[in-house]
Design a protein around this ligand. Structure first.
Ligand SMILES: O=C(O)CCC(=O)C(=O)O
Length: 288
């Protein structure tokens, strides 16, 4: 049953938040694996594991991570190593809504977990996802599943409504790809940002061109998000996937048509990450 209100809201604001995007069993299954990975991170002082391109799968905060207070901040492509995550990528309630946004044929682009454990200090500088993942058309959505209750205190996602219709901002500064917009753009937009919060199992469906960021977690409660990106099946990537995985391009709704649809826009190409994750790319803003 099409939900016109959600579709209109997505088109106008560039995001919607829905409850119960994950079933209880999906949520507990992902959280079980996440608990194991956080325990494992206590044994490591450096990023660990390996993804397809040889970079580590598990990224940790370089300054704050200790065995007592782990600061695991990113797990890349967890659906490759977790049945629970794979199950979510393939099917969830948000996906039904994605078909209402982009049509019946939908494919998976990337998946990752962002963690903000208490005292970790992890923050996300403002950016749009699209310049990291330019495609032949702009029908791409980032679905951020809340693995914990997200509140105003634990570093919720902050989005700037309507910015998906505006310019694509540069993530390059002084010839360095920082993965963040300039301080001026951030300052200009931050005051217009709204926080996305809600119960564990909820999700924010965010257009890839929407400007967003998030502050550090200043509470004693973790804020972890399972982030899965989907596109219309006829959107073809113009760059190598920065979250490489064998699941890139997997059809999750509808069918493969073999067609490419193109829209007319211009964007600076991103830099393929040499760093463990995009957090390392954004850390470069600290030296500028
Ligand atoms: O973790 C967050 O609050 C935002 C995540 C994000 O923007 C990203 O990983 O690109």
């Amino acid at each position: 049953m099409p939900n016109k209100k959600l579709v209109d809201q997505f088109q106008n604001d560039g995001f919607v938040v829905i409850e119960n995007a994950l079933s209880e069993s999906q949520l507990s299954s992902v959280k079980k694996d996440l608990g194991v990975w956080v325990e494992e991170s206590k044994k490591h002082a450096q990023p660990f594991g390996e993804i397809m391109d040889g970079r580590p799968r598990f990224d940790i905060e370089p300054v704050t991570h200790t065995a007592e207070k782990p600061a695991l901040r990113r797990i890349t492509s967890p659906a490759e190593i977790s049945e629970g995550c794979l199950n979510v990528v393939k099917d969830n309630r948000a996906l039904d809504i994605v078909t209402q946004f982009f049509g019946p044929n939908i494919k998976h682009w990337g998946n990752k977990i962002n963690l903000k454990l208490p005292s970790s200090g992890t923050e996300v500088r403002f950016h749009q996802d699209f310049p990291f993942e330019p495609h032949s058309n702009e029908d791409i959505v980032t679905v951020l599943f809340f693995l914990d209750d997200v509140t105003l205190e634990n570093g919720p996602l902050e989005v700037v409504p309507g910015t998906h219709k505006g310019p694509l901002y540069s993530l390059w500064h002084n010839d360095v790809f920082t993965g963040a917009v300039s301080e001026e753009v951030e300052l200009e937009n931050k005051s217009k940002a709204v926080s996305c919060y809600g119960k564990a199992g909820s999700a924010c469906l965010m257009h890839s061109k929407l400007l967003h960021g998030s502050a550090a977690n200043n509470s004693s409660v973790a804020r972890c998000l399972y982030i899965v990106s989907y596109s219309a099946e006829d959107a073809v990537s113009l760059v190598p996937n920065p979250l490489p995985s064998k699941l890139d391009g997997m059809i999750v709704r509808g069918k493969q048509t073999g067609k490419v649809r193109c829209t007319n826009y211009s964007v600076e190409l991103p830099e393929y990450p040499k760093e463990v994750s995009f957090f390392g790319q954004q850390d470069k803003t600290k030296n500028m």
